[in-house]
Design a protein around this ligand. Structure first.
Ligand SMILES: Cc1cc2nc3c(=O)[nH]c(=O)nc-3n(C[C@H](O)[C@H](O)[C@H](O)COP(=O)(O)OP(=O)(O)OC[C@H]3O[C@@H](n4cnc5c(N)ncnc54)[C@H](O)[C@@H]3O)c2cc1C
Length: 385
């Protein structure tokens, strides 16, 4: 069985690795460098908090669990930082939301606890307790983040080394060839035709490009991340304060993201490291981390979030083309190892994971009322990371 994976971000890497491990012959193509686009510019928080409905929450918990299970294959996971998250809200409305979410997460068995300000000061001495100590602090010990490029590098290298997968960078796929209701081959920009038993489109925010087959409707949103230079800080946890997200990014660097700044843009254009958005991100973070006094933003990166039109993952066989799959999703960092395993089980082992049913692509191509499996998603608003 020859499985062709288009795209080598976290999703493509995971699917390629698991399919190769399950016994398929795998070839991965990427138009650019190995490692992906969104994956290379992601806040990459592994979490399931506030994710609704229950099926989407459960999928993200499965993703978090799969990250832990992957350690067995590699004798560790040098890409995963499971150091917990801290969350607080500064408005009354936000705190009401937080209480409700805390209760729901506890009821659903998700790890969350309230943290005393003194404990917080002990845990994270670089936070200004005077600034945040009056707000209720929720702590999520099982959450963490991933270094996506390192993840993809390991999975693709081992897919090749242990399981004979072929990885081809700088080789765009321009067409998926079909015959009747089946995919026969893919065509590269260089004119090659490669026969395939299964093709899996993992092209993220480019999944609506024309490859000559049905496309997933997307509504990508702009993501903006600012990075400090190395700072002498001992911060270990992630911080989620209102719509501000801050986390360590290795070697003392901090990564900063704020949803309300991203919402000002409908195009992922380049932003200057000394521009007003970077300054704003630094100012709001410095308020809670005085250690940033005198520090400047070193880089700002922008990209698109791969977002199916209704905001939920779109994973599975496309209708009318039984051997053409798509795997496009936001929260892809959290979900990647689970989606890899689930699609390998379905394609190579012929074992379908029911957890994927609500997220099948056919919800975009059928009347909602005739597609009961994803009825649960209707009217729901997934949370963006
Ligand atoms: C700012 C930001 C913050 C985020 N925060 C979080 C978070 O906190 N937690 C979380 O879980 N998720 C988060 N996400 C989402 C997550 O990063 C994505 O869901 C995930 O990285 C998607 O990976 P991917 O492999 O699908 O796509 P990508 O990483 O974009 O990879 C797609 C690859 O396909 C290749 N490609 C495209 N077209 C072709 C073609 N025709 N032929 C060959 N190759 C092609 C591209 O070159 C690219 O390498 C965030 C995203 C952003 C942008």
């Amino acid at each position: 069985m020859h499985v062709v994976v288009i795209g080598s971000g976290m999703i493509g890497s995971s699917i390629a690795y698991e399919c190769a491990k399950a016994g398929a012959k795998v070839t991965v193509f990427d138009a650019g460098n190995i490692g992906g686009k969104a994956s290379a510019t992601s806040f990459s928080w592994t979490n399931a908090t506030s994710k609704n409905p229950r099926s989407y929450f459960a999928l993200n918990v499965a993703g978090m669990r799969a990250h832990i299970e992957l350690r067995r294959d590699f004798g560790g996971s040098p890409w995963l930082w499971q150091t917990g998250s801290l969350e607080w809200r500064t408005t009354q409305e936000g705190q009401e939301w937080q209480r409700g979410n805390f209760q729901q997460m506890s009821d659903w068995g998700y790890g969350v606890e309230w943290l005393d300000p003194r404990k917080l000061a002990e845990m994270e001495p670089d936070l200004d307790i005077g600034e945040i100590g009056a707000y209720p602090i929720a702590y999520y010990p099982e959450e963490g983040w991933v270094d996506p490029m390192i993840y993809s590098a390991w999975l693709l290298r081992e897919a090749g080394r242990r399981h004979d997968a072929t990885i081809r960078s700088h080789t765009p796929i321009t067409r998926v060839e079909t015959k009747g209701s089946r995919v026969e081959a893919v065509h590269t920009a260089g004119g090659e035709r490669i026969k395939a038993d299964y093709v899996i489109n993992c092209t993220g925010s480019q999944a609506d490009a024309d490859l000559g087959v049905e496309k997933v409707p997307l509504a990508p949103t702009v993501g903006i991340l600012a990075f400090t230079p190395p700072v002498a800080t001992t911060l270990r946890s992630q911080l989620h304060a209102d719509d501000l997200n801050v986390r360590p990014d290795g070697a003392g660097r901090l990564m900063i993201q704020k949803a309300s700044i991203e919402k000002r843009f409908d195009e992922a254009k380049s932003l200057e490291a000394d521009g007003p958005e970077a300054q704003e991100l630094l100012d709001v973070t410095r308020k809670i981390m005085p250690v940033l006094e005198g520090v400047r933003i070193e880089a700002v990166r922008t990209t698109y979030r791969p977002m199916p039109k209704d905001g939920f993952p779109c994973v599975g066989a496309m209708p009318d083309l039984a051997n053409y799959y798509v795997a496009v999703t936001h929260s892809g960092v959290t979900l990647a190892p689970y989606l890899g395993k689930a699609l390998a089980d379905e394609i190579v082992v012929d074992r379908r994971h029911k957890a994927l049913d609500p997220f099948a692509p056919d919800r975009f191509f059928a009347e909602p009322s005739s597609h009961g499996a994803s009825a649960e998603l209707l009217g729901q608003q997934p949370v963006e990371g």
